[in-house]
Write a protein that binds this ligand. Structure first.
Ligand SMILES: Nc1nc2c(ncn2[C@@H]2O[C@H](COP(=O)(O)OP(=O)(O)OP(=O)(O)O)[C@@H](O)[C@H]2O)c(=O)[nH]1
Length: 326
């Protein structure tokens, strides 16, 4: 049986394939521009053929696509352009709606020198393009979901500040760092006064709003990236202040205490004379070289908080330095 010519068959394949196919010659003139390219660029083959690729799409000049084409033609090197680094160098659109939105397709691009039998032809270069928009969108969604899960794992659902798990990890990390560098770590335990009475009087939902307002105010005051505010328990918050000495920690405790007062949240059974929500704060500091464990530092700050409660609430008490040591 006589074999039919393979050329028309190859041409049909090139036209039908679900990928962009461009071939340029040594002078970077387009010698092949398949249907996929026409459809997604809006430029028909009869217009593209014979043109310098970089005159047809000037924005490709000086970029990675031009560098890859030059490498292919001059040095016979292939290149794969990472879709992460080169999201959409060609002005290509997935569909008419995307054109209307001005939203380019994200592209996977391979640039390959075309092999001809030695000496038979000047070098040519094949550029293959794939629409990776869907894969990129899926990847973006996955990244967002991962970030959301990470946030949920380490943040408190009600207030959005760090949760106990994140607090434990951060305190451990900061104590290790302090030990390595001979640094300090201060810890504040902050507890809303008579919160049970607040809940009983105003209801649990308003209690939740109170927790959100107080944590938001505290969080806003912790400006350094190394500081961490966490919800330690029901109505108890903890602030880790790396590199803060006892004086600085007391100053920060006073600022936080004052800020909660300024919220002026009415509290019928308040600890202070103003009948508004107040906090008690316990402060402890690990000094350079002082042996300490997270448990010892928490115990010291908690003990100071307990003392503040005993002394009448709405106040700040610092732990004795020897109570901080492990
Ligand atoms: N609304 C609300 N209340 C909470 C939440 N978590 C804990 N609580 C309440 O916080 C209250 C804490 O009460 P206590 O531990 O007796 O302390 P307190 O009434 O604040 O008294 P002092 O700390 O001694 O001033 C309890 O009534 C808990 O039900 C929460 O997520 N939302």
């Amino acid at each position: 049986m006589q074999q039919p010519s393979r050329l028309p068959l190859l041409e049909s394949v090139l036209e039908a394939v679900n990928a962009g196919v461009i071939v340029v010659d040594a002078a970077r003139r387009i010698v092949l521009w398949n249907k996929w390219m026409s459809r997604h660029s809006g430029c028909a083959a009869h217009k593209a053929l014979g043109m310098d690729l970089f005159a047809l799409m000037p924005e490709l000049r000086g970029g990675r696509v031009e560098a890859a084409v030059t490498q292919a033609l001059a040095n016979n090197f292939s290149s794969l352009l990472s879709p992460t680094l080169n999201r959409a160098p060609f002005p290509l659109y997935s569909n008419p709606a995307a054109i209307a939105r001005g939203e380019r397709m994200q592209q996977g691009i391979a640039v390959t020198p075309l092999a001809f039998p030695a000496g038979q032809s000047e070098p040519h270069c094949l550029i293959q393009l794939n629409d990776v928009s869907m894969a990129a969108a899926r990847e973006k969604l996955l990244r967002e979901q991962t970030e959301l899960l990470r946030m949920q794992t380490f943040s408190d659902g009600l207030t959005g500040v760090a949760n106990r798990r994140a607090f434990d990890a951060a305190l451990d990390r900061e104590l290790r760092r302090a030990k390595r560098n001979g640094g300090m770590v201060s810890l504040l335990m902050i507890d809303i006064d008579h919160f049970k009475a607040y809940n009983d009087h105003y209801g649990h939902q308003q209690g939740d709003q109170c927790l959100i307002a107080v944590s938001g105010a505290l969080q806003a005051l912790l400006q350094r990236s190394v500081d961490m505010l966490a919800r330690y328990g029901g109505e108890e918050f903890a602030a880790i202040l790396p590199d803060n000495d006892p004086g600085q920690a007391l100053q920060m405790a006073a600022t936080l205490h004052e800020r909660v007062l300024k919220l002026a949240i009415p509290h019928e059974h308040a600890a202070g004379p103003e009948k508004q929500v107040t906090v008690s704060v316990g402060v402890a500091t690990l000094l350079p070289g002082q042996p300490a464990t997270p448990a010892a530092l928490i115990r010291a700050a908690d003990g100071a908080l307990y003392a503040a409660k005993r002394q009448g609430r709405n106040r700040i008490v610092a732990a004795r330095q020897e109570d901080t040591a492990a």
